[in-house]
Design a protein around this ligand. Structure first.
Ligand code: PHE
Length: 459
């Protein structure tokens, strides 16, 4: 893909693989390897995982297909897509919510992505070379994220690299690099999972992760699992509308959506298989929050021959996986201001990136650097976690609800199906999909939102 927004001529992905790579690149990232394990940990383990899987396949996959079809049909950025499919209506506000959500997610996602770069540097420098106890690893993490200058600097660096890629329209180049590196990351994850499950004490971790204890389910479990499904699949804010607008009409959207959902889920499950056994082995707590994987992983690398090498490779690959996600996060607001406000790409990228950096500063200071942001008075959590819940869970959930209602009732299953069949393959599961988009997704999402409002248990 070239620059992901200019209205015409719209560069199409040259090959099917090109699209699958870009969409998987957006989906696979910190959401799978950082967010999934810590959210599983905070929500009690295996029961949460089961609910998450149900949401991915009953709601996420259907919404993904709907977003891709809308994007390919309208050939627009998210706001433009709603405008084109329903001129003059308020549906465009769903697109606008997506644009705002993109900036908000990028602001804290960039902080974590910055940490991965920092951990890469630390690993190369040999900070984790010796046998690492859980206490040491936790202390090291605390010192690292507790330094205001370091956190903000890494955030700025990561946003700058993202901006550079989006500005130069070289996302396609990055995706090509990712094409070679993601299988390497996958192989490394498999290897790490193998080492982790053979550690002493791994059994407790596996039990926590895989043997459901339904008494751990609370009202919070549902929005957290649903939000995680949307977050991990990059749904509910228009990223897949944007990528859909680049797929050729010859491609079969159903299998494309299926492949992305499958690999995204596989990587998340694998990440859990690495983190939980190692976590119990090291004696860390599953409820450590946003720092969880950064505290666990160095203890695992210390158990490996050539751990420094594996550790460095891991953090580097993770940073690249994060980059293919931040590109899609930035592309949504950038393409919006270019298409809808008539800004030039350089101006759009510069202004949106600077705004994101400013919004991201409190998140960068929320893990100890500034006590106020690290433990918001009256909220009971830190600023970054709060952003992750509000925008990562609720905003994507509301955006996905809007999208399902729009495609189900306004644009319509017939029009969407015609788009899905544009490649000439009959859409065999059309009825089932229509039911998921029109009934299951909206009803499921609404029920969860009402339940949460009724219990008042928002976080
Ligand atoms: N899906 C990405 C990840 O899991 C994050 C993301 C969310 C990207 C929403 C785009 C839109 O890392």
């Amino acid at each position: 893909m070239t620059t992901a927004s200019s209205p015409a001529p719209r560069g199409a992905f040259s090959s099917r693989l090109g699209f699958i790579l870009a969409a998987s690149g957006s989906a696979i990232g910190l959401g799978n390897i950082w967010r999934f394990p810590y959210v599983v940990g905070e929500n009690g383990g295996a029961a949460f995982v089961l609910i998450y899987l149900a949401f991915v396949f009953l709601i996420g996959a259907a919404v993904m297909l709907a977003e891709l079809a809308l994007g390919r049909s309208t050939q627009r950025n998210p706001v433009g897509a709603f405008k084109a499919a329903a001129p003059g209506s308020l549906w465009r506000l769903v697109g606008l919510l997506g644009v705002i959500t993109g900036v908000a997610i990028l602001s804290f996602y960039g902080v974590i992505a910055g940490w991965t770069v920092g951990y890469f540097v630390k690993t190369v420098a040999g900070d984790f070379a010796h046998q690492m106890t859980a206490d040491e690893s936790t202390a090291l993490f605390g010192t690292f994220v507790g330094s205001p200058a370091t956190s903000v600097a890494y955030l700025a660096v990561f946003l700058a690299v993202t901006a550079f890629v989006v500005y130069g329209g070289i996302a396609g180049g990055i995706e090509l690099v990712a094409k070679i590196l993601m299988p390497v990351l996958f192989a490394l994850l498999l290897f790490l999972a193998f080492r982790s499950v053979t550690l002493s004490g791994a059994g407790d971790g596996l039990r926590f992760y895989l043997a459901p204890d339904f008494s751990k389910i609370t009202a919070q479990t549902f929005p957290a699992a649903l939000g995680q499904a949307f977050f991990s699949l990059s749904l509910g804010m228009g990223a897949m509308i944007t990528y859909g607008s680049y797929i050729s009409k010859r491609e079969h959207l159903v299998s494309a959506a299926g492949i992305v959902c499958f690999f995204d889920t596989l990587i998340a499950l694998l990440a859990g298989l690495i983190i939980f056994p190692a976590l119990f082995h090291a004696g860390l707590s599953p409820t450590s929050g946003v720092g969880l994987v950064f505290q666990v992983l160095p203890t695992l690398f210390a158990e490996l021959p050539a751990g420094q090498l594996f550790g460095a490779a891991f953090f580097l690959l993770l940073a690249i996986a994060a980059l293919t996600s931040t590109i899609s996060l930035l592309e949504v607001p950038v393409s919006y201001v270019i298409d809808e406000w008539g800004w030039t790409r350089p101006r759009a990228v510069t202004v949106v990136t600077i705004a994101t950096l400013i919004i991201g500063v409190p998140s960068a200071l929320a893990s100890g650097a500034v006590p106020f942001f690290s433990n918001l008075p009256g909220v009971g959590t830190d600023f970054l976690s709060l952003m992750s819940i509000i925008f990562g869970n609720y905003s994507l959930t509301i955006g996905s609800l809007g999208l399902a209602l729009f495609v189900g009732y306004r644009w319509g299953i017939t029009a969407a199906s015609a788009e899905i069949e544009a490649d000439g393959t009959p859409f065999r599961v059309r009825k089932a999909w229509g039911f998921l988009v029109r009934v299951v997704s909206p009803a499921g999402i609404t029920a969860i939102l009402i339940y949460i409002i009724a219990t008042g248990n928002y976080f």
